[in-house]
Design a protein around this ligand. Structure first.
Ligand code: MN
Length: 195
């Protein structure tokens, strides 16, 4: 073992009815833990006893980078979600998004469009650049903002495995429902770190 195994921050049924228990279980056990198993295999025989995912993402390439980034991205994705209607956006983050995008609704529309239009598999992020400017970033496959020195606040997984069991090919339906389970407390904590 060279890195910490992922832990789901809630029970499998926590996101019902937006994301079913079966979908969360499959996503976590088969995909998220699957990347962890692959990374462990790739790291077998490595001289380093213990390494952080962040460090691997910043210093590796190829399969090690892809699997480390997928583990980290999924950790962040689960942290961005919570029970339906449990949290609401803080006033200061709402104000910052309104200032950057014109209004909070415009931010949500642009984020949803980016996630809907990302071709193939990937992730859509709300990030801050090194000046603290808030940006929406579409990243294909296993790309991760840490590779580019961006600080993530929020992410949605648009790989088909994230929504197919519940929404089949209707990615936009998944996205519209997904907003109702965003963990604004977690997103707000990420925002407070960039200021
Ligand atoms: Mn996924």
């Amino acid at each position: 073992m060279t890195f910490d195994l992922p832990v789901l921050p809630f029970t499998y049924d926590a996101l019902e009815p937006v994301i079913s228990q079966e979908a969360v279980k499959t996503h976590f056990e088969k995909h998220h833990l699957g990347y962890a198993a692959k990374l462990n295999k790739l790291m077998e025989g490595s001289a380093t006893a213990k390494v952080s995912l962040e460090n691997l993402i910043k210093t590796s390439s190829g399969s090690i980078l892809n699997n480390a980034a997928q583990i980290w991205n999924h950790n962040f994705y689960w942290d961005c979600l919570t029970k339906l209607g449990k949290t609401s956006i803080s006033m200061n983050l709402h104000a910052a998004l309104s200032e950057e995008f014109g209004s909070f609704e415009t931010f949500r529309e642009r984020f949803t469009s980016a996630a809907s239009e990302l071709f193939g598999s990937g992730w859509v992020w709300l990030v801050a650049d090194d000046t603290g400017k808030l940006q929406i970033e579409s990243m294909p496959n296993a790309n991760c903002p840490l590779e580019y020195g961006k600080r993530p606040l929020l992410v949605v997984d648009v790989w088909e495995h994230a929504y197919y069991l519940d929404y089949q090919s209707e990615r936009l339906s998944y996205l519209k429902s997904w907003w109702t389970i965003v963990n604004w407390d977690f997103v707000g904590k990420q925002f407070s770190k960039i200021n």
